[in-house]
Design a protein around this ligand. Structure first.
Ligand SMILES: C[S@@+](CC[C@H](N)C(=O)[O-])C[C@H]1O[C@@H](n2cnc3c(N)ncnc32)[C@H](O)[C@@H]1O
Length: 194
């Protein structure tokens, strides 16, 4: 289909944004699929920082990256992304969030609106000129629904001169397909008065 799923579209935007040698940040490493995509895009000279609150998730990510032979491109950090500015430093060309719980893991450990919004605020400050933040939100479970409500309230308040916010969602599909928010920072050539 011409219109990609939210997850696929987020990966396509990463492909457009990243070039070899860039730095990228995954704020929810989980099973490592997004981290792997970023590691492939930044190439051997680039760097990916991958954060997750759970040791189990980082183990899974590490195993996948080792299997694909790109582990040396990635720094794995266990921590709560609400403390992002203490865990790592910018600038990053791409920052990604894939919200919710670890598939196949403990559903009790789930992203929460307060820490997600704190982490997004910090991410905006860590973004390189022309950079991209992607947030994939799953709203088929109660915590995810509440998180989506919070994001839909918070994201429109971001200053349009600092960041543009896109919401990408299918409005006629069953089973609550995930929703993508894509945030793009102006490039070096941006002039807010024009
Ligand atoms: C949907 S999964 C991520 C999927 C992953 N990106 C992938 O490609 O497999 C969400 C992850 O967020 C993590 N998480 C939940 N709350 C967090 C927090 N406050 N800080 C960092 N990670 C968190 C969970 O442990 C879980 O692994």
């Amino acid at each position: 289909m011409l219109l990609s799923s939210s997850l696929k579209f987020s990966h396509e935007l990463m492909e457009k944004s990243l070039k070899p040698g860039d730095r990228a940040l995954d704020c929810t490493a989980g099973n490592g699929k997004d981290t792997l995509h970023l590691a492939n895009l930044v190439g051997p000279e680039g760097k990916v920082v991958a954060v997750d609150i759970q040791k189990e998730a980082l183990e899974k990510t590490k195993n996948l990256l080792q299997e694909k032979k790109v582990i040396h491109r990635v720094d794995l950090i266990q921590g709560d992304h609400r403390n992002l500015d203490e865990l790592t430093h910018g600038p990053f060309k791409v920052i990604t969030f894939n919200l919710g719980y670890l598939p196949g893991g403990d559903h009790g450990v789930v992203t929460d609106p307060e820490s997600t919004i704190l982490a997004i605020r910090k991410s905006v400050k860590m973004l390189a000129p022309g950079g991209l933040i992607t947030i994939v939100a799953y709203h088929g479970h109660p915590e995810g629904k509440a998180e989506l409500v919070a994001l839909e309230k918070f994201l429109p308040t971001l200053n349009q001169n600092e960041i543009s916010v896109l919401q990408y969602r299918f409005i006629n599909q069953a089973n609550n397909p995930p929703i993508l928010f894509a945030l793009a920072a102006p490039g070096d050539d941006h002039c807010p008065d024009l």
